[in-house]
Write a new protein. Structure first.
Length: 241
């Protein structure tokens, strides 16, 4: 027997996620973003505020932000937290050696989420906050993971079975150990990603290096890519255990 879902609870979670992504944000902007009734969104906001999950942003009347209570969820035991701890030394080394932003993404349904990130120390840098949702189409992350997924999963992410050109790209990514996104998501930004493989070469995440195109020149890409691929290969024993 199918269990009936709560539409109001589902919308409230959408409101909570939207506040997290756009804070500080007002009710009108949230209603437009969610294509929802403004009064319903207002009720959800007040319920979340009464429960202590959100609050009005200091000095910004009518604008909402998360409270520190979210940290009680961020630090609960979780398998992905274990992965984050194991990968963190590799992120630190990559940032130190390359001077670029390094972050870890993991699959979340048909999208990907950043669960750890270390920003470049340079003044001109790309900022990738923890919790950022990475789109499946065109991202370096999905390009790095696709070659290691089963055909059914590849079809879901691609919107259809991979063609001959895609299969050729998969082989190239496997051979060099990293994938490239040259401004497909953020113009003037370069991202390189390498799959973190668990048991049986099953992809459980990806490490990404990203920076401005003016600093990551074409001749620098193979150097960064090789270093990134070496870092993920070295992680295999730790994450597969």
């Amino acid at each position: 027997m199918a269990v009936k879902r709560s539409q109001s609870a589902g919308r409230m979670l959408q409101v909570f996620e939207a506040v997290a992504a756009q804070q500080p944000v007002g009710v009108s902007a949230l209603a437009r973003k969610l294509d929802a009734d403004k009064s319903a969104v207002q009720r959800d906001l007040m319920t979340l505020a009464d429960a202590g999950w959100i609050r009005t942003a200091p000095g910004q009347l009518g604008q909402w932000e998360l409270t520190p209570r979210i940290l009680t969820l961020a630090h609960t035991p979780h398998s992905q937290n274990e992965l984050r701890l194991r990968v963190r030394p590799a992120l630190e080394a990559l940032r130190a050696e390359t001077g670029e932003t390094a972050y870890l993404t993991v699959p979340d349904g048909d999208q990907f989420v950043v669960i750890d990130a270390l920003e470049s120390p340079q003044a001109l840098r790309l900022v990738t906050p923890v919790g950022l949702v990475i789109p499946a189409r065109g991202s370096a992350t999905v390009r790095a993971l696709l070659p290691y997924l089963c055909p059914e999963e590849q079809q879901v992410l691609l919107g259809g079975p991979p063609d001959a050109a895609a299969l050729e790209q998969f082989a190239a990514v496997r051979k060099r150990g990293y994938a490239l996104n040259d401004g497909a998501i953020v113009p003037e930004a370069i991202a390189l990603a390498s799959a973190v493989l668990g048991a049986d070469e099953r992809p459980i995440g990806a490490i990404v290096l990203t920076g401005p195109a003016e600093r990551i020149a074409p001749e620098r890409i193979p150097v960064l890519g090789s270093r990134l691929a070496a870092a993920t290969r070295a992680l295999a024993p730790a994450v597969a255990a």
